[in-house]
Design a protein around this ligand. Structure first.
Ligand code: NAD
Ligand code: GLY
Length: 364
């Protein structure tokens, strides 16, 4: 079993990674749990994996209390958050209890926010079930729901006490979801690890075909990178953590335009967003064209979108004005000096951005 420690000045937690870990979740969770534990999950995940998690908990004398909500990004809403809190209160969850988030990033973000609010904050254990959640969202403590004004605009930082990652759970993940999650894997190479991007170029196809050794390597490398970055900048106040948002300013705008529907998955939007960020970097004379082409080429071959034909530039820009990274009315972007060389800037004017988006939207 691999163990990655996420360390903060005032504490930290372990991320445990191993194929088959789901069946040992009970003993691993026992030190963190009381006699009963609420499990927030969604219908699709619960139907496939719920019995396995319940059995291992019962095996150590912990009664599982499932709270199941409908699958899909549409459930990451203010309304569902309220309903979830009422259901957790009805179960008599106490402040000293921990809640298990058992699902993909949607469940992790929603249950995490509920845990941060319930009785002014109770504990959280993340058991991520998608590639995206295993390499990114389950670690680092960002929680949120989507608002009409945009993606993830109401949320909190609420770190889990423990994260259990079992790549075997990915065997039932629909291929399109696996591919979308892979975009966040590639992101770590692009942020500051050019060697890992090369690894992705060589091993991405095997990973998506279900090669568990490749999946384990990608998950471990991603979690170590994420732990390092959030450990240095837990609340995105010092700079490093914003780099994890590479491609996301564009991605969140594209997701808002798609109405947070299955038409465009988060990871797909991130793939298109990272391709746009690379090309904007080239257009600004910051990044070699060859690097942008190499990134888009790899993402495209893996089955991810890299262009945005037919989108409306003004509407995308309007969404980007809502981005949480913006300061003093300036759009804050993560750009690149080349693969592995991301940096932050607020020097790109809205007019430059609009011209760039206009060209991208016209491209087919
Ligand atoms: P998701 O949670 O909606 O899951 C995707 C689909 O896979 C769903 O249909 C779900 O039912 C299904 N599924 C999940 N696990 C399965 C399994 N093991 N077997 C079969 N089906 C399974 O989507 P996601 O891509 O995991 O997460 C996207 C969300 O994560 C977005 O809301 C995004 O904003 C958020 N996110 C948060 C962070 C963070 O740091 N908090 C980082 C990245 C993304
Ligand atoms: N996924 C972005 C972050 O955790 O900061």
């Amino acid at each position: 079993m691999s163990q990655v420690r996420v360390e903060f000045a005032d504490g930290g937690y372990d991320v445990l990674i191993e194929a088959g870990l789901i069946d040992r979740a009970g003993p691993l969770i026992a030190p963190y749990a009381r006699r009963r534990i609420a499990i927030v999950s969604e219908d699709r995940v619960w139907e496939i994996w719920g019995a396995r998690l319940s059995d291992t908990l019962r095996g150590v004398g912990i009664e599982p209390l499932p709270v199941i909500i409908p699958a899909g990004e549409g459930s990451k809403s203010w309304e569902m958050l309220g309903q979830l809190l009422e259901r957790l209160l009805a179960l008599g969850i106490e402040r000293g209890d921990r809640i298990i988030a058992f699902g993909g990033g949607m469940i992790g973000d929603l249950a995490g926010l509920a845990a941060s609010l319930l009785k002014r904050g109770c504990g959280l254990i993340q058991i991520p079930t998608t590639m995206l959640a295993q390499v990114d969202s389950s670690v680092g403590g960002k929680t949120a729901v989507n608002m009409a004004a945009g993606k993830n605009l109401a949320g909190a930082f609420h770190q889990p006490s423990l994260v259990l990652i079992d790549p075997a759970l990915l065997t039932t993940l629909p291929p399109r979801e696996l591919t979308a999650g892979y975009a966040e894997v590639v992101k770590y190479g692009l942020i500051d690890d050019a060697d890992f991007f090369v690894w992705c170029e060589y091993n991405g196809a095997a990973l998506l075909a279900g090669d568990q050794a490749a999946q384990l390597h990608a998950i471990e490398t991603s979690v170590r990178a994420k732990a390092r970055i959030v450990g240095a900048d837990e609340r995105e106040t010092k700079g490093q953590r914003a780099l994890l948002n590479f491609g996301h300013s564009f991605a969140h705008a594209l997701e808002a335009e798609a109405g947070y529907s299955g038409a465009l998955l988060h990871g797909e939007a991130v793939a298109a967003g990272m391709s746009l960020a690379m090309r904007l970097s080239v257009a600004e004379g910051l990044c070699p064209d060859e690097d942008a082409m190499r990134v888009a080429g790899h993402l495209r071959v893996m089955g991810l979108p890299t262009t945005i034909p037919g989108q409306n530039p003004e509407r995308l820009l309007a969404h980007m004005r809502q981005d949480k990274k913006n300061r003093n009315g300036c759009i804050h972007l993560i750009l690149s000096r080349g693969i592995g060389g991301t940096f932050q800037t607020d020097t790109i004017s809205e007019q430059q951005l609009l011209i760039f988006l206009g060209q991208e939207c016209a491209y087919s």
